[in-house]
Design a protein. Structure first.
Ligand code: ADE
Ligand code: ZN
Length: 334
């Protein structure tokens, strides 16, 4: 109980969150019904029963099917607003949010529809809660480089909405280097960059994300721990890893949270953060992730504090806002 209250009161920043992964079954059915799109499952209960994943791909297949009911600006607004309402009540104060434009534009939904719906919810969260957020355009790595470049150039008409470029979807067989030119374009445009790497893929993919894409952060990065020289490089360059404990458990990246590398990562001096990834599918938002990993690894109050501070350090907030929130974290400890 003490632990729960403490985690609740910590001001938190979330740096690894896919907005399509916050699609709760109840809202999915509501939007599917109003858009006249049939779902493969008869009820919320049946859909939830399908949330058993042996690996990343099994999850992605269900996640993309779910996102297929989103058609209108209001749908994207409702999706994102539900996320903000939920995590505001958990003490999250800042979020850097991925969306997968190709998942929608490949179905004929206009880019503008997606961006306007999400950004209207971001504005509402700022107005209602003082919640700050940024939007990250994420490229689907199972699609071609050509599709990625086309998507990126289309996105530049809405550049003011974005803080960065990411890379997600099926990792194995789709090394970061495939998207070198898109990341080069992003850097030319002054965007921050990051890539999912080392979730299922080998340490070589994390190296590639660093050396070929020049990323500012690594999403997941678990398998970096297999390569000492890579860990040294990540530490030396202060490259943050956005780690997602419940995601790792649900996608069988770890078989048991007690074997999760998070604590060892911290002991090696890595800039590690805790995040929820796709909370509607993995059984928990930010606080549930903090609670689960704190219990499994028996994290101390100091370690939890460090994790909360790391998230602001690793965020793309302006320095004065980082400092403001870090002070607030210190205050919780007094
Ligand atoms: N898309 C949404 N969640 C993802 C994850 N954990 N890994 C890769 N792609 C994703
Ligand atoms: Zn992710």
């Amino acid at each position: 109980m003490e632990l729960k209250r403490f985690i609740q009161e910590l001001p938190k920043a979330e740096l690894h969150l896919h907005i399509e992964g916050t699609f709760e079954p109840e809202l999915m059915f509501k939007i599917a019904n109003r858009n006249g799109i049939p779902l493969k499952y008869a009820s919320v209960e049946e859909l939830k029963k399908a949330y058993q994943f042996a690996n990343l791909q099994e999850f992605l297949d269900i996640y993309y099917a779910g996102a297929g009911v989103l058609l209108y600006e209001q749908d994207f607004y409702d999706l994102a607003k539900a996320y903000f309402d939920r995590v505001h009540s958990q003490g999250v104060v800042h979020a850097e949010i991925f969306f997968d434009p190709q998942t929608h534009t490949d179905r004929g939904v206009r880019f503008e529809t997606v961006v306007k719906g999400i950004s209207r919810a971001m504005d509402a969260a700022r107005n209602e809660y003082g919640f700050s957020s940024g939007l990250i355009l994420s490229i689907l790595r199972h699609l071609s480089e050509e599709s990625a470049l086309r998507t990126f150039e289309e996105a530049m008409a809405y550049k003011k909405y974005f803080i960065g470029l990411g890379l997600d979807s099926s990792e194995l067989g789709h090394p970061p280097v495939k998207f070198r030119r898109v990341f080069e374009r992003a850097r030319q445009e002054g965007l921050k960059t990051m890539a999912h790497a080392g979730e299922e893929g080998p340490p070589a993919y994390v190296w590639e994300a660093l050396t070929e894409l020049g990323v500012d952060r690594i999403d997941h990065g678990n398998r970096s721990m297999e390569d000492d020289a890579l860990v040294d490089e990540l530490v030396r360059r202060r490259i943050a890893l956005t780690v997602c404990p419940l995601s790792n458990l649900k996608l069988q990246v770890v078989k048991d949270l007690r074997n999760h590398p998070l604590k060892r990562m911290m002991e090696r001096g890595l800039l590690v953060t805790v995040n929820s990834d796709d909370p509607a599918y993995f059984g928990g938002y930010m606080n549930e992730n903090y609670e689960a990993i704190a219990e499994a690894l028996d994290l101390s109050a100091d370690e939890l504090k460090k994790l909360a501070l790391n998230a602001f350090t690793a965020s793309f907030l302006p320095e004065d806002e980082k400092e403001y929130w870090k002070q607030k974290v210190h205050t919780v400890f007094q």
